[in-house]
Design a protein around this ligand. Structure first.
Ligand code: NAD
Length: 287
């Protein structure tokens, strides 16, 4: 069912399909990517990785100050657009602006997310307004991003959509309920969309990282352990994977995104790529 675009020299790096030579190290040459939550953490690292591989990258983020700074730091092939993923018109505008400016959208990475409130621990105390806020950013924002990217990718018969889930969306009990629930939905969204989009040569996948010491993780840990220093919290994050001698770094997630976005991942769709050093395998195995 998956429709391959014609294999030509220029389609050799098609994110939607294609084939042919992959003998250059620039895996996203000529590609255009839009990354939500790209001002910080995993999104920013992925923007950097995509740029190193020849892409032009639009960072769409709520935080204009950090976003402008990040785009400047990343260089002239990066630019910033302010976007609140909970506002559908913002996403639509960010996508339209990207297509107007660069003539296309090859990669849409729906990455923006928050952990949300730490308490209460019990479902019986859950603040439904807070639950809705987390769902609006982590779920509504993702679906909205897919919807607006698909409007351009379906007629183009090419494109790659990425979303960020989490190990918290693979096993329960690692994070607050709202976050866990929101992240469990992501692989489901990906499966649902992949079944439609594969007909049009558009791929969609998600990545489920384990803890990386980004501002999101550090803010979360600071709330749980207010008396522990940032240095110690960073150290504790390092020990979370099970792969001995390795820790999950921003670059590990960025490289997973590069694989899925590039021609290397041209036959992969509907997949949840877990990047966790064996953490969930270990937990699921119950040791
Ligand atoms: P981060 O806080 O460093 O970056 C998240 C970015 O999203 C920020 O720049 C923030 O301004 C932006 N953002 C927040 N709300 C937004 C909104 N409404 N509209 C637009 N942008 C918004 O966090 P991170 O660790 O890089 O997290 C990125 C994604 O990875 C999130 O979806 C997170 O749940 C997921 N994740 C992170 C980890 C981790 O350990 N860091 C692990 C698994 C999954």
């Amino acid at each position: 069912k998956f429709k391959r675009p014609a294999t030509t020299a220029s389609a050799a790096y098609s994110t939607g399909g294609g084939g042919g030579c992959t003998c250059t190290s620039k895996k996203l040459e000529g590609k255009v990517a839009l990354i939500t939550g790209g001002a910080s953490g995993l999104g920013k690292a992925t923007a950097g990785e995509f740029l190193r591989h020849g892409a032009r990258v639009v960072i769409a983020d709520l935080d204009a100050e950090t976003g402008v700074k990040a785009a400047k730091e990343l260089g002239s092939a990066a630019e910033f657009v302010r976007c609140d993923v909970t506002v559908e018109a913002d996403i639509a505008e960010a996508v339209e602006m990207t297509v107007e400016r660069y003539g296309k959208l090859d990669v849409m990475y729906n990455n923006a997310g928050i952990v949300g409130p730490m308490s209460p621990a019990s479902i019986s105390e859950l603040d439904m307004m807070e639950f809705e806020r987390v769902m609006r950013i982590n779920v509504f924002g993702v679906v909205s991003g897919i919807k607006h990217a698909a409007k351009f990718m379906i007629p183009a018969r090419s494109g790659c959509i990425l979303c960020t889930s989490s190990v918290a969306g693979v096993t329960g009990g690692l994070a607050p309920h709202s976050y866990t629930i929101s992240k469990f939905t992501i692989p489901g969204i990906v499966k649902s969309m992949a079944s439609e989009l594969c007909e049009h040569g558009v791929r969609i996948n998600c990545i489920s990282p384990s803890a990386v010491a980004t501002p999101l993780t550090l803010r979360y840990l600071q709330k749980v352990f207010p008396k522990v220093t940032e240095e110690k919290l960073r150290e504790s994050v390092k020990g979370m994977g099970e792969l001995k001698g390795a820790e999950c770094e921003e670059a590990d997630v960025a490289k997973a995104a590069l694989y899925l976005a590039s021609n290397d991942g041209k036959y992969v769709t509907g997949h949840n790529l877990v990047v966790d050093g064996g953490m969930t395998a270990f937990k699921i195995a119950g040791f």
